[in-house]
Write a protein that binds this ligand. Structure first.
Ligand code: FEO
Length: 406
């Protein structure tokens, strides 16, 4: 049975929701699912914008068939050929053998590399600024390399202002009927997963997102709908969404506050983290999030790191090194180009305390524009009362850089 929604008079969402996939890209947990969005434009010609992951192909094909109402499919525009969006294209070709495929040169190259049979079709290679008229609707193509793969483009319908934005402005969480962002409480229920999606999937490519935002800014008055490949469609509150993207893509924190990420074996480093959190709150700094790195998926740690201005890394020493899970977090920060944060260090060890120096060294060598506070807390196994003053100094230093007292 088909399951579609109308975006505009001429545009239909024909995507599908996936609650069966545990790990997006086989790495990021998606407990609330994800949607793969595809859209059909009905004009003099019929046009499909992107396809869906193989797992949802059956639902997608029923949706396309329903919307076309017996018409042939004339064009398939592939904005992003990553298999979570492109995997079903061969099924489309089988059912609509005359469909012409519109995409970028790199995209066609990657399709062949992935083994997709496209070469019996008419392939229309487009580049920045090219246009296609489908009847009433004329679209233009905008290259969006590395948002999130090198071949990506976005397509703007100049007639009705629909921006098919590929991975840009996407989010985790299955739609489950609610297509538009204004049909959900986005800031309450979606923003954390939208941030986790952006920061882990596209976070590395901030400068490329900035380039795309710059192009979008020039035609912002023309954009009426933003239709990403995951998550809800936007038709209002663009300023809210763009503000988030501006922060994330420039690595500027959204919130003045502290993420305390701790690696603890027997609860002693955790106790120091808890004590620090309490002292920060005593000083009026209540935007504090505590995360046990062993029990918090690294994709969430990354999302929280993008959110907060300050980061406390509290780690035991393990095999004379950084606790492996903490090291993994640091490696992800490096990979995703996390930068512009103020960092404090807490280290612990029972006979050779190394983790603090090693974390400092990692930060100095691998992370850009980080300020590491001089106030470091060093623990030997557990936090005895004589450490209270150092901890208080650390809390004061953090508080002072968040909300300077004078
Ligand atoms: Fe959802 Fe980059 O693909």
């Amino acid at each position: 049975m088909y399951c579609v929604r109308k975006v505009t008079e001429d545009v239909f969402w024909v995507g599908a929701n996936d609650h069966g996939l545990h790990l997006f890209e086989n790495i990021h947990p998606i407990p609330l699912g994800v949607s793969y969005n595809a859209y059909v434009l009905l004009d003099k010609a019929t046009v499909l914008f992107d396809t869906v992951d193989w797992s949802c192909c059956r639902q997608f094909l029923e949706n396309v068939e329903h919307v076309l109402q017996g018409r042939p499919l004339d064009y398939m525009v592939i904005n992003h050929m990553e298999p979570d969006h492109c995997a079903s294209m061969e099924e489309i070709i089988l059912r609509y053998p005359k469909v012409k495929i519109i995409s970028t040169e790199k995209s066609f190259m990657l399709m062949r590399q992935f083994g997709f049979s496209i070469d019996k079709q008419e392939l229309i290679e487009v580049k920045e600024g090219d246009t296609t008229c489908f009847g009433k609707h004329t679209v233009t193509y905008v290259e969006a390399p590395m948002v999130h793969w090198p071949e990506a483009m976005v397509t703007l319908d100049l007639t009705d202002g629909v921006l098919y934005s590929a991975d840009a402005f996407g989010s985790f969480i299955a739609l489950d009927g609610k297509l538009f962002a204004d049909e959900v409480n986005f800031d309450r229920d979606w923003i954390d997963e939208a941030r986790r999606y952006y920061t882990n999937i596209v976070g590395k490519y901030g400068p490329h997102v900035q380039l795309l935002l710059g192009k979008a800014a020039k035609v912002l008055d023309k954009i009426k709908y933003i239709c990403p490949l995951h998550g809800p469609v936007w038709r209002k509150d663009f300023a809210y969404l763009l503000d988030k993207y501006q922060h994330w893509s420039t690595y500027e924190p959204e919130t003045k506050g502290v993420l305390i990420a701790y690696a603890s074996m027997y609860g002693n480093t955790e106790a120091a983290a808890q004590n620090l959190a309490a002292r920060l709150c005593e000083k009026g700094i209540t935007e504090v999030r505590l995360c046990d790195v062993s029990n918090t998926h690294v994709s969430e740690l990354i999302a929280e790191t993008f959110k907060y201005s300050h980061l406390v890394l509290a780690s035991v020493t393990y095999n004379l090194g950084i606790y492996p899970v903490m090291l993994d977090f640091l490696e992800h920060m490096k990979g995703l180009h996390v930068q512009k944060r103020t960092i404090a260090i807490i280290e612990n060890g029972s006979w050779a305390v190394k983790s603090g120096d090693l974390m400092q060294d990692f930060i100095d060598k691998n992370l850009k524009d980080m300020t590491v506070l001089n106030e470091r807390l060093t623990l030997a196994s557990t936090m005895h009362a004589d450490k209270a003053q150092e901890l208080e100094q650390l809390a004061a230093a953090l508080a002072d850089t968040i909300a300077p007292s004078s």
